[in-house]
Design a protein around this ligand. Structure first.
Ligand code: PMP
Length: 441
């Protein structure tokens, strides 16, 4: 069954148009940040008067906040299908989660990552000089992704710790990656695997045990809970063997002066080990609330509705010959509601500016923090500075950046229809305004 869009904040926001008048804002940039579910906002508002310190007070509100924080951890563990001995660590975001994992990897871990990753999963590993990173070439089919990884793992020295980092759904093409198969390949070669689920978790039920991944990272603000929190969940052993990510109160169980004048610290061996400082209880509670809301609404029916919208967008864009949709795995690849494209003869930034100014539609333009992938898809020089100051593409030439439209549980049909109408009108009639003058490009 297909369900109705879930109520989200921001549906009443009205924006002015350069053509005069105003219109309700069409948020079609869920992949960057999704609006809060009304249910999440209501839960947070109901809790706000009871806000208190977590793990740091004897009073009623402090105890209540501590319970709420720890119960949120349990709700999220359940939502993710965590196994009994796994931990849910609260972080600021996916970026923070993956940097935390990079910080706790054993000495000299070999890391394997596709060049197609978001910068958050591409870049944290080289921050540590002892890690060796192998960048894998962009595959053109899911099967090729598995074969590429297997080959790289087979070629490595068959000893020492190894980690594979892979995204579940691309933030550029929306295409799903073969996570279960990649996890099986990693484990068959003695490596572990972390799933960057920043784009997958908001659009698809995720089950750690079923996918057999070792860790998962995601952000609250893409999962309809924009209150500054993220999660790293999974195996406890490497997390607990390493020094804390942040040192301070909350992470330390016992601190004492040594006779030689120094200090001895005993660190916690729970998730708290990496959560020093007063935690973001609202952010954690909001993520748990979003997990509950998605489960209660019936995640499968939300997915079914999103798939209908994807088909509508893809079919609508296919009617415009000037539009080229970017894809790594081809038309038949399963995907989530994230899609990037370029328009023949247009600078993508100007096209996105026109969608905003003339139609009240918010999309994203650029290289989407995945520069190597977008440049592979556009066929442009990977060294080119591209993102800002991309020149106007001549007719028949491609823009050096792209436009991304993305949607999810709160998107009404009208936003998608307005977007398709806008694309057709802009391509046919041109823009009403010269957007080059707006930012000097
Ligand atoms: N990974 C992917 C696939 C993403 O799409 C994003 C956000 N665009 C991130 C990681 C980083 O998420 P955050 O900015 O919340 O840290």
């Amino acid at each position: 069954a297909v369900c109705a869009p879930l109520p989200v904040l921001g549906r009443d926001v009205r924006v002015p148009l350069v053509t005069g008048g105003e219109v309700d804002y069409a948020a079609l940039d869920y992949a960057a940040s999704a609006p809060a579910l009304q249910r999440v906002w209501d839960d947070v508002a109901a809790y706000a008067p009871y806000y208190g310190s977590v793990h740091r007070g004897a009073g009623y509100l402090s105890q209540l906040s501590t319970d709420l924080f720890e119960n949120s951890r349990r709700t999220i563990a359940e939502f993710l299908g965590c196994r009994a001995d796994e931990q849910v660590v609260f972080t600021r975001s996916t970026t923070d989660s993956l940097n935390l994992l990079a910080a706790v990897l054993p000495q000299d871990t070999r890391v394997f990552v596709f060049e197609t990753e978001h910068h958050a999963s591409l870049l944290p590993w080289e921050q540590r000089a002892d890690l060796t990173v192998t960048y894998l070439n962009a595959p053109r089919t899911p099967a090729q992704a598995v074969a590429t990884l297997e080959q790289a793992l087979a070629d490595r020295e068959p000893y020492g710790p190894a980690l594979v980092c892979v995204t579940g759904a691309s933030n550029v093409t929306g295409e799903l990656w073969p996570v279960r198969e990649l996890a099986a390949a990693a484990h068959a070669h003695g490596a572990r695997i972390v799933l960057d689920a920043a784009q997958l978790a908001p659009h698809h039920p995720v089950d750690l045990a079923e996918l057999d991944v070792d860790w998962i990272a995601f952000s609250g603000h893409k999962l309809y809970a924009p209150f500054g929190a993220g999660v790293l969940a999974g195996r406890a052993d490497w997390l607990q063997a390493a020094e804390p990510y942040l040192a301070g109160g909350g992470a330390s169980r016992k601190v004492s002066r040594r006779t030689d004048g120094g200090v001895d610290v005993e660190w916690h061996t729970t998730a708290a080990r990496h959560e020093a400082g007063s935690p973001n209880v609202i952010g954690a509670y909001a993520i748990a609330s979003a997990c509950k809301a998605l489960t209660e609404a019936g995640f499968d029916s939300l997915v079914a509705r999103e798939q209908e919208l994807i088909t509508r967008v893809r079919e609508g864009l296919a009617e415009v010959p000037e539009v080229r949709v970017l894809s790594l795995f081809g038309d038949d690849a399963p995907r989530v509601g994230v899609l990037s494209f370029v328009v023949d003869g247009w600078n993508s930034s100007h096209f996105a500016a026109a969608l905003s100014a003339e139609y009240g539609i918010g999309v994203r333009d650029g290289l989407f923090c995945a520069h190597p992938l977008v440049r592979t898809l556009l066929g442009t020089d990977p060294q080119d500075p591209g993102e800002c100051g991309a020149p106007e593409a001549a007719p028949g030439e491609l823009s050096l950046n792209a436009i991304r439209v993305s949607f999810g549980a709160g998107t009404p049909d009208e936003h998608v229809d307005r977007f398709l109408r806008a694309v057709k009108e802009l391509v046919t009639n041109g823009a009403r305004w010269n957007y080059r003058t707006v930012d000097g490009r």
